[in-house]
Design a protein around this ligand. Structure first.
Ligand SMILES: Cc1cc2nc3c(=O)[nH]c(=O)nc-3n(C[C@H](O)[C@H](O)[C@H](O)COP(=O)(O)OP(=O)(O)OC[C@H]3O[C@@H](n4cnc5c(N)ncnc54)[C@H](O)[C@@H]3O)c2cc1C
Length: 289
């Protein structure tokens, strides 16, 4: 059983309209708390107030509450944003998906409040270190970015010989989480490249940085081998981590009847199609959709 830690919120930063980063410091023992690796997650256990009955509303495409307001203790997983090299605190990123926990937690929790973390848990990204991978492509959408940020910071602090390409997909430029931080990391290491894409168009920043690219549209469109385009000749050597919703990873989402079905191709399908073996792909699915 992973250990439990009583934590106090030290800082909250609004990152995008629907996400905040939360810095938590141990309120009691921190024995083993910082023995995590990039890619691992903690379960947040927190008491929130919300309607007694929560049900999925097809027309609104979100969970809608009804009935009296009650106190509930909810448990949800959140990947480490911080790196284990940053001792003394754990940073998490909480993005609302209009579900049963995040909207309430984001609204109700403030600096000084307490909650519990259980962890570290999970094996996402573990094979990077176990297999001594030297080339990593990190594919993320929306809230799937934390582990990539943790890995970049860890690689900088440990001076690892690790090439990282960040492929990060969001609806609009304003939805990119940790946009500035990733660009700062890229300035700190020539081993890093980032490719940001926005799927709903709109404004794109002018980047004159040779290792920061902004695109409009989806990754892997029109038969393009997006990995080869940015990784160059040794694209087959890359270990691929994919993090986000099921629709981003493998194209599974809600159909017109709100049933889960394979609606298209996800990043994993494209990698497999171009012959990347399964043992060069690691996935962290946050939720079905
Ligand atoms: C290993 C792991 C790591 C994670 N790391 C992060 C992270 O770093 N940051 C982050 O923001 N999130 C992370 N998540 C997801 C996180 O746990 C929450 O799911 C997320 O914060 C959204 O919370 P929510 O309360 O808005 O939605 P949730 O209640 O968790 O629901 C998620 C989605 O499923 C739908 N849904 C929920 N219940 C039902 C139901 N009964 N019927 C139909 N649809 C339903 C909701 O409408 C919503 O779209 C991680 C998940 C896992 C498994």
């Amino acid at each position: 059983m992973p250990a439990k830690y009583k934590m106090q919120i030290e800082k909250i930063t609004q990152e995008t309209e629907d996400s905040k980063s939360i810095i938590l410091v141990p309120a009691e023992s921190d024995d083993g708390l910082f023995d995590y690796m990039p890619g691992q997650f903690f379960t947040v256990e927190a008491e929130i107030m919300r309607p007694k009955v929560m049900a999925y509303d097809r027309s609104k495409e979100m969970m809608v509450g009804s009935g009296e307001i009650v106190n509930v203790t909810e448990r949800k997983a959140f990947s480490a944003v911080s790196s284990p090299t940053e001792e003394g605190y754990i940073e998490l990123l909480v993005k609302s998906e209009k579900g049963v926990f995040a909207p309430y937690f984001l609204e109700q929790y403030d600096v000084g409040d307490f909650c519990t973390l259980q962890g570290p848990q999970g094996r996402f990204m573990a094979n990077i270190f176990q297999n001594g991978e030297k080339f990593v492509a990190c594919w993320s959408a929306g809230s799937g970015i934390p582990s990539t940020v943790s890995l970049m910071k860890y690689a900088i602090d440990k001076e690892l010989d690790l090439k990282v390409i960040v492929f990060d997909s969001n609806k609009t430029i304003e939805d990119i989480i940790y946009h500035e931080r990733i660009k700062e990391f890229i300035n700190q290491s020539e081993n890093f490249i980032s490719v940001f894409t926005v799927t709903r168009g709109g404004r794109l920043p002018n980047s004159n940085h040779p290792r920061v690219t902004h695109y409009s549209g989806r990754l892997w469109t029109d038969g393009e081998n997006t990995l080869a385009k940015h990784a160059g000749g040794n694209w087959r050597s890359f270990f691929n981590t994919i993090c986000g919703s099921s629709s981003f990873i493998n194209g599974i989402g809600r159909d017109d009847n709100s049933k889960f079905a394979k609606l298209g191709d996800g990043i994993e399908d494209h990698l497999l199609e171009f012959g990347i073996p399964k043992n060069k792909i690691d996935k962290d699915q946050y939720y079905l959709q």
